[in-house]
Design a protein around this ligand. Structure first.
Ligand code: TAP
Length: 453
C-alpha cells in the first residue's frame, strides 16, 4: 500500500478546497527513523544555540501569522480573531520555551564520599497526536517544550485539519531547525497515530483528543513503558452564585461555551445557577445568547463559525432532539455545518446533554441550592478539566476552587490557558500537564550521577 491523499474541506461551505498526503505505515516508520537519527545531534546542540533556533522559529511564525490564521479559518472554520490568537500562541509558546535550554538545571545533592548530581535528560523521539479542534495551539504545546528539552518530534495532525501543522513544519526548516528534528506526519490515527504508540523508537506519546482513544493509547503504551501525556475530554461547570456580578457573568457565559462552536475541551457546557437568582440570570442570559454572532468566520466581527463536519453536526443535533430548549441563537442557513447556540434546561443529572461531552454549541442549565449542592453537582462527572465560578465572596471562591475536582479553574473569569501556567485534567480528563514549567520536565527523565572522591 502506498501513500494516499485526504481531501480537505472548508466547514463553512462544505466544499473540498485542497488535498494533502495521508502517510502509510512505511512512510511513518521512515519519519520516525529520521527523527531517531536526528536526535543525538539535536541533544548535543549547545543550549544557547538551541534557544536561538527556537527564537528564530518563533520569529518566522510571527512573520506568518496572517497566513496561518487564514488557513485555519478555511480549514477549521475558526473565527479570524481566534485564529490569529492561535498562531500568536504558537509563537509565544516557542519564545517561552526558548528560555528553557539554558535553564534546564539539575540538582547537586549532598552525599558522603563524593558528588551527586542530577540531569534532566531528553527522552528521544516524541510523538505528538493532535485533534481537529485547536490544531495550532495543541501542536505548539507539545513541540515547544519537547524540542526545548532536546527531543526530536514527529507530529500527526488530525486528518480533518492538517494544513497549519504542515505549514509549521515548513517554517521550522525555514528557521534553520535541522532536518528530522521536527517532522509532520499527516495521516490517519489508526495508522500514523497508532504507530507512534507501537514504534519502539518513540519514547513518549503526547495525545490530545477523546477519552476513549486516550485510554487505548495509554494501554498500548504500557507494553513498552512509554511515557504519555493525555489531554482528554471535559464537562466543565460555570457556577454562578447569587452574590455574583450577575450582569458580567451573564454577558460572558455565551463565550465560555460557544467559543469555537463549543468544540473546546474547556467549554463551560454546564451552567449551574443558584436557585434564588435562577430566573433573573436566565433573563439576562437570553439576549446575550441571541446576540452571539454566528457568521462567516473570515469576518472580523464573527464570534462563532461552523462545526467541523457534517457527521459531527449530526451528533450534536442528537443532544438537542427531544430536549427542553430554553432559547437559541441564530446561524446561517447556507451550505456548511452551521449550528445555532442552544441553551437546554436539564431536568435530571441523567440527561445526556448534562452528562456527556457534546463538543458543540449546547449549554445545559441546572439550578442549585447552596455551596455544597453546587460542588456536588460540579463533581458529578468523571471529567475534571476546567471550570469557572462567579461570586463576590473571597472565602467562598477559595473553598469552592479547592473543592471542585478540576485541573484549571477561574474565578469571575473564563480563562483557562496561559502558556506559562500548567494546563491539564484531573480524573478521566487527562494525565500530566501541558504548558508552564511542568510540561518541560515531562519531556525529560531525571538521571542521577554519583562520582566518588
Ligand atoms: P479523537 O478521535 O480522539 O482524535 C484525536 C487525534 O487522535 C486525531 O489526530 C486522530 O486521528 C487520532 N487518533 C484517532 N484514533 C487513534 C488511535 N487509535 N491511535 C492513535 N491516534 C488516534 O478526538 P477528536 O474527535 O479529534 O477530538 C475531540 C475530542 O478531543 C473531544 O473529546 C475533546 O474534549 C478532546 N480534546 C481535548 C483537549 C484537551 S486539551 N484536553 C483538547 C482538544 C480536544 P484522525 O485524524 O484519524 O482522527
Amino acid at each position: 500500500m502506498g501513500n494516499m491523499t485526504t481531501e480537505v474541506i472548508n466547514p463553512s461551505t462544505g466544499a473540498v478546497f485542497t488535498t494533502v498526503p495521508s502517510l502509510d505505515l512505511a512512510a511513518t516508520d521512515a519519519a520516525i527513523e529520521r527523527a531517531a537519527q536526528a536526535f543525538p545531534a539535536w541533544r548535543a546542540v549547545a543550549p544557547g544555540d538551541r534557544a536561538r533556533l527556537l527564537r528564530r522559529f518563533a520569529a518566522v511564525v510571527d512573520a506568518h501569522i496572517d497566513e496561518l490564521a487564514g488557513l485555519e479559518v478555511r480549514n477549521a472554520g475558526h473565527t479570524i480573531g481566534n485564529a490569529r490568537w492561535e498562531a500568536g500562541n504558537v509563537r509565544d509558546v516557542l519564545d517561552y520555551y526558548a528560555g528553557a535550554p539554558e535553564r534546564l538545571s539539575g540538582r547537586q545533592i549532598p552525599v558522603p564520599g563524593g558528588l551527586d548530581v542530577t540531569f534532566h535528560e531528553p527522552l528521544g523521539v516524541v510523538g505528538i497526536i493532535v485533534p481537529w479542534n485547536f490544531p495550532m495551539p495543541i501542536a505548539g504545546w507539545g513541540f515547544g517544550p519537547a524540542l526545548a528539552a532536546g527531543n526530536t518530534v514527529v507530529l500527526k495532525p488530525a486528518e480533518l485539519t492538517p494544513l497549519t501543522a504542515i505549514r509549521l513544519g515548513e517554517l521550522a526548516l525555514e528557521a534553520g531547525l535541522p532536518e528530522g528534528v521536527f517532522t509532520i506526519v499527516p495521516g490517519k490515527g489508526s495508522i500514523v497515530g497508532q504507530r507512534f504508540v507501537t514504534h519502539p523508537a518513540v519514547r513518549k506519546v503526547c495525545f490530545t483528543g477523546s477519552t476513549e482513544v486516550g485510554k487505548s493509547i495509554m494501554a498500548g503504551a504500557a507494553d513498552q513503558v512509554k511515557r504519555v501525556t493525555l489531554e482528554l475530554g471535559g464537562k466543565s461547570s460555570n457556577i454562578v452564585f447569587a452574590d455574583a456580578d450577575l450582569e458580567k457573568a451573564a454577558a460572558s457565559a455565551p463565550g465560555s461555551v460557544f467559543d469555537n462552536a463549543g468544540q473546546d475541551c474547556c467549554a463551560r457546557s454546564r451552567l449551574l445557577v443558584q436557585e434564588s437568582v435562577y430566573d433573573k440570570f436566565l433573563a439576562l442570559l437570553e439576549p446575550a445568547v441571541k446576540a452571539f454572532r454566528v457568521t462567516d468566520p473570515a469576518r472580523t466581527d464573527a464570534e462563532m463559525g461552523p462545526l467541523i463536519s457534517a457527521s459531527h453536526r449530526k451528533t450534536v443535533e442528537t443532544y438537542v432532539e427531544g430536549s427542553d430548549v430554553a432559547f437559541r441563537g441564530d446561524a446561517p442557513k447556507t451550505d456548511g455545518w452551521w449550528f445555532p447556540p442552544t441553551v437546554l434546561l436539564a431536568h435530571s443529572t441523567d440527561d445526556p446533554h448534562w452528562r456527556e461531552e457534546v463538543f458543540g454549541p449546547v449549554l445545559s442549565v441546572l439550578p442549585f441550592t447552596d455551596e455544597e449542592d453546587a460542588v456536588r453537582l460540579a463533581n458529578d462527572t468523571e471529567y475534571g478539566l476546567s471550570g469557572s465560578l462567579w461570586t463576590r465572596d473571597l472565602g467562598r471562591a477559595l473553598r469552592v476552587s479547592r473543592a471542585v475536582e478540576t485541573g484549571a479553574l477561574s474565578v469571575n473569569s473564563h480563562s483557562s490557558v496561559r502558556y506559562w501556567t500548567p494546563f491539564g485534567g484531573m480524573k478521566q480528563s487527562g494525565l500530566g500537564r501541558e504548558l508552564g514549567p511542568d510540561a518541560l520536565l515531562s519531556f525529560t527523565d531525571v538521571k542521577n550521577v554519583f562520582m566518588a572522591m
